[in-house]
Write a protein that binds this ligand. Structure first.
Ligand code: GYE
Length: 306
């Protein structure tokens, strides 16, 4: 029979919808908020979530996605730890007719038909905005502005694209010079260690571009440990927009934060439901962003959910 909307119930795929979701890990505030958003949205949309945490291990993550295929989930989604290594498992998913959605980050695969949709932020634009802030902040500077960069995990989309965006805007402006960089593994401890090394290697550091908030907040600890005044010298710019970073802005220890929203649970579930019913979905869904300085951080902090 048909229901009141004229939908042929016999043709409808049988529920429940099972979503296999493979998460990067729990490396920091952004990631935890992203996991919370996905779990909450799955529950609200009555989707059975088979959630696996890769603990930052690319091989384990690929094994997790294989296990979703074995379990015959309805849809697979994942936030890739790194961009490489995905071809084989995604071809297996295609053979099993299980649609795939990339969340947050992208993969390096020439065959773009291996995924139905990707949902996330524009990381190069975040790097552009971070550099633009410093560029404008130093318009009166008499000499080159020495910047050090604290990078996320190598091979991840935001690590590459935030660096590219920052470098492109810095090159255009001509004022900023990236004198050194060090990986901070996306974590607060990693950011602290990276900053300690950068301080040992470089005499004059005017500004720090930390590719996420956690690493920037770790850098604050390292700077204070050697008697520096982060927020004054050097200035610190980060990406994500967690509550902890807004607090850092208000305390004057960070200077500028470019938002990257982790709340992609709802748009993900909308795509999952459409794919389950055989509907067409948008190939690329991009999230909105804001930017924060000490002034608007004070206004926004009460509404921050992560
Ligand atoms: O910026 C960082 C997290 O992929 C956008 O991953 C995400 C990044 C985010 O570890 O905090």
């Amino acid at each position: 029979g048909r229901d009141k909307d004229g939908f042929n119930m016999r043709d409808a795929p049988r529920g429940p919808i099972i979503l296999g979701f493979s998460q990067v890990g729990a490396e920091g505030g952004w990631r935890k908020a992203n996991t919370a958003s996905i779990k909450k949205a799955a529950e609200r949309n009555r989707i059975d979530l088979n959630f696996k945490d890769a603990g930052g291990d690319p091989e384990r993550q690929i094994a997790d996605v294989h296990s979703f295929i074995d379990a015959k989930v309805s849809v697979i989604a994942f936030a890739p730890v790194v961009e490489t290594g995905w071809g084989e498992v995604l071809r297996r998913a295609r053979d099993a007719k299980i649609p795939v959605v990339l969340t947050d980050r992208l993969i390096d695969e020439p065959d773009t038909s291996l995924w139905a949709s990707s949902i996330g932020a524009e990381f190069a634009a975040e790097g552009n905005l971070a550099a633009l802030y410093l560029e404008n902040d130093y318009t009166a500077a008499q000499q080159t502005v020495n910047v050090v960069q604290i990078l996320g995990v190598a091979g991840a989309t935001p690590t590459k694209q935030r660096a590219e965006g920052f470098a492109a805007t810095a090159a255009k402006g001509g004022r900023l010079k990236i004198i050194d960089e060090e990986t901070g593994d996306w974590t607060k401890d990693g950011g602290k260690d990276a900053m300690t090394k950068l301080l040992r290697r470089n005499k004059r550091i005017d500004a720090v571009f930390a590719q996420n908030d956690d690493m920037g907040l770790g850098a604050v600890i390292a700077l204070e440990a050697v008697g520096k005044e982060p927020g004054k010298e050097p200035k610190i710019v980060t990406v994500d927009g967690t509550k902890a970073a807004l607090e850092g802005l208000i305390a004057g220890k960070l200077n500028y934060v470019v938002e990257c929203s982790p709340e992609i649970g709802e748009p993900l579930m909308a795509v999952v439901v459409d794919l389950f019913h055989g509907g067409r979905v948008q190939k690329q869904i991009r999230s909105e962003k804001a930017v924060f300085d000490p002034q608007n951080a004070a206004d926004e902090i009460a509404d921050r959910t992560y």
